[in-house]
Design a protein around this ligand. Structure first.
Ligand SMILES: Nc1ncnc2c1ncn2[C@@H]1O[C@H](COP(=O)(O)OP(=O)(O)OP(=O)(O)O)[C@@H](O)[C@H]1O
Ligand code: SF4
Ligand SMILES: [Mg+2]
Length: 336
């Protein structure tokens, strides 16, 4: 791995915006733009993990797909290791993309059921064509070992594995091209709690062993609490809070983050005694008809008139913690 000596982020995403054109209603209805990701910026240093957290529909997957040019960004810039990724095309894009791999939520549907595990893991190497044929098997052997699978399991088909083992195959496959960045989109959401812990431990170990950088997507702050260096909380296409892990867990500032965090079970007795479960009433607004002011205002227990008319911008506080809420002042106290 070539480590950056100037400590520049491996991934630098600036003002990324993705909009879909959606037609709702009858044949003659007007097409509207749905801003699934709306002007978000984030950075990940080499060897670190950024978690993007938010409820369903907040734009997490779309943001990740846009980073990899798997959906088209409407605006913004993505730099991967100093390369302006969104301007790449054809062969240059194919090569650069091999440095960025995905692990998906559902190991049941993301692996081809008719292909043996060994070939599933080897395929990215075959597609890349950069490694000599005879070396590929040795790499596959090492990958099976690295993810805790036995050599004889290479001959099996996906349905002959448990859910957790299938996710291990997905991880081995993602590692095959020695990527710099791995995008994990809800990698443990489909698994039992005990298996979730095993897979999270495995990802952490692989990160330490291979210096991997993760963009880790989850709807559950509990899953990322032992997994990341920093966290961006998304709501309706926007980042509403962005901080290092400890700041976010110890001093959540945005009312939405506070509510998400109050639902996370904790073994810390003090925190358990202090935390009241905050229920968020109502539903998120229609993404095709967003309010003028704060997108969380219709559900926020402390919303004021200003919140309904003026959209809060994501601003950086003295500690480096970023938040988009009118009611958080420089004393860094949450209004909720
Ligand atoms: N291809 C598409 N065409 C139109 N709208 C889309 C498309 N893909 C996503 N959306 C919309 O964009 C918004 C964000 O979706 P996205 O899948 O990125 O959310 P998510 O945070 O990953 O949610 P989940 O936790 O359910 O996976 C949603 O309103 C969704 O309906
Ligand atoms: S800006 Fe207002 S509505 Fe939005 S989160 Fe802050 S207090 Fe709540
Ligand atoms: Mg998603």
């Amino acid at each position: 791995m070539n480590y950056n000596i100037d400590n520049k982020p491996l991934l630098d995403v600036q003002s990324l915006t993705v909009r879909f054109t959606v037609k709702r209603g009858g044949f003659f209805s007007e097409a509207k733009h749905l801003y699934a990701v709306d002007d978000i910026s984030f950075q990940i240093k080499r060897g670190e993990t950024l978690a993007i957290v938010g409820e369903s529909g907040s734009g997490k997957t779309t943001a990740a797909l846009a980073v990899a040019q798997l959906v088209k960004a409407y605006k913004g810039r993505v730099d991967l290791d100093g390369t302006d990724f969104l301007t790449l095309k054809d062969e240059a894009l194919r090569l650069a993309r091999s440095k960025m791999q995905f692990i998906f939520q559902d190991p049941y549907s993301s692996l081809n059921p008719r292909v043996r595990a060994e070939k599933i893991v080897r395929e990215p190497l075959d597609n890349l064509g950069a490694v000599r044929d005879e070396e590929r098997q040795a790499i596959v052997d090492k990958l099976f070992e690295a993810v805790g699978l036995h050599p004889e399991q290479q001959r099996l088909f996906p349905h002959q594995f448990s859910g957790g083992q299938r996710q291990r195959i997905g991880i081995a496959r993602a590692l095959a091209t020695q990527p710099d960045l791995i995008i994990c989109d809800e990698p443990v959401s489909a698994l039992d709690v005990a298996v979730q812990a095993q897979i999270l431990n495995l990802l952490r170990k692989l990160q330490a062993d291979f210096g991997l950088t993760f963009l880790f997507i989850s709807h559950d702050l509990g899953v990322v609490q032992h997994m990341c260096d920093s966290i961006a909380v998304m709501y309706m296409g926007k980042i509403v809070e962005y901080a290092d892990r400890l700041s976010l867990f110890n001093n959540p500032l945005h009312p939405y983050t506070k509510a998400l965090l109050s639902a996370v079970p904790t073994v810390d007795k003090k925190r358990r005694a202090e935390t009241k479960r905050i229920l968020i009433p109502g539903d998120p607004p229609d993404p095709l008809d967003l309010p003028k002011g704060c997108r969380f205002a219709n559900r926020c227990p402390v919303a004021q008139d200003r919140c309904k008319s003026e959209q809060p911008i994501l601003r950086e506080l003295k500690s480096g913690h970023k938040v988009a809420c009118h009611l958080v002042d420089e004393n860094e106290v949450s209004p909720l």
